[in-house]
Design a protein around this ligand. Sequence first.
Ligand code: SAH
Length: 380
Amino acid sequence: MKMLQKCPYAKLCGGCTYQGIEYSEQLKEKQSYVNKLLSKFGKVKDIIPAENPYYYRNKVHATFGYSKGNVLAGTYQANTHKLVPIDSCQIENQTSDAIVQDIKGLIKSFKLQIYDEDTGKGFFRHVLIRTGHNTGQVLVTLVVGDIIFPSKNNFTKALMKLHPEITTIVMNINNKRTSMILGEREIVLYGKGYIEDVLCGKKFRISPKSFYQVNPIQTEIMYNKAIEYANLTGKERVIDAYCGIGTIGIIASDKAKEVIGVELNKDAFKDAIGNAKSNKINNIRFFNDDAGEFMVKLAANKESIDVVFMDPPRAGSDEAFLKSLVTLASNKVVYISCNPDTLARDIDYLIKSGYKAEIIQPIEMFPFTEHVETVCLLSR
Ligand code: SAH
C-alpha cells in the first residue's frame, strides 16, 4: 500500500482513520467494503471519488483546555478526557481553523476561564464553526457554561475585527456535565443566528443545531444522483424522510407533484419550513415527527406514495418505518446511507418484502476516514 506523509496529529487525534494512506488506496478500501456488504443484493457501481480530498469539512468543532497556563484548542482523544491540541487540520475548512486559533488568543486576552469537565467550573467549552461553501457565510457558535458572558460585546467586536468574514455569532449555553457539545439555550450575539448555503440551485438556511451534510461538493453530486434515480416526471407524490433542513425534498420539488418531508429535530424542521418559503415552493409540507411513527400513520391512512427518499442517521431506519414502507408499496425507494452496515440490514428487509436493488452507488463524502456514503435505488 502506498503511504502518504502523515498529519502530525494523526496518532492522538484519531479522527482520520485512513491517515497516511494514498487517496486512491482509500477509495479502493471503501469500494471493497461496500462490495463485501452489498454485492449480494445487486451490482455495486464504482465509487465516485472526491476531486479534492482536502479541507472539505464545512463544520469544524474544537474544545478548549489549558496547558501550563496556555489556552489550547483541539479534540479529545477517543474515549478519554485528554485534549489533543490541534493548530490546523487537513480535512477542515481553513477559514474555520484560523478562527479557532484566534479565539484561543481572545480567551486569553479577555481572561475568560476554560470550563473544566471534571469539576463543572469555568466558562468557555467549545466552538463550532459552519461555513456556507457557495455563499461564504460563516456561523460561529460559542458554547459556554453560563449565561453570564463577561465582556460579551467587546469579545464579539474583537472577534469580528479579526475575522470580518464571520456573518453571525451565536452563544450556546451548555451548563450540563455532558459530553454533548450543544446545550438547549441560544442567544444571538451578532447577525442572523444562522447561515445560508446554496445547493443544486436552491438556498438553504442552516441553524447551529440543524444537520447539514459536511462535504458540500460531494453532497451536490450525491443529491443529483438520488434525484436522477427517482426519475420524477412531475406527477409523483414523494416522501423525504429524515429530511433535515429539507434539502432533498426542496431540490426534488420542481420535478414532483407533491413532497412531504419528515424530520425529528425541531430546529432542522423549522429551517426546512423557512427554506421552502424562501425558495417559493408551494408543493411541499414538513412534519416534525419520528419518521417511523409518521410512516405508520401514512400506512394506516392508506395514503398513496410514489417515491420515498430516505436518509437516516448512521443507525439506519427501523422496523416501524420499513414495515410501513412495504405497506405503502411506493414504486421507488431511494435510500441514502452513510453506513453500509445498516444499509445492508435495511435493504435486506426490503428485498425480502418484494423490492429489487436496481442501483447501488457508493460516493466519497469523507476522505481520510473509513466512512462512505451510498445511494441505493430500490423498486418493485
Ligand atoms: N436528508 C438530510 C438529513 C440527513 S441526516 C440531508 O441530506 O441533509 C439524518 C437526519 O435524520 C437528521 O436531520 C436527524 O435529525 C434526523 N433523524 C434522526 N432520527 C430521526 C427519526 N427517528 N425520525 C426522523 N428524523 C430523524
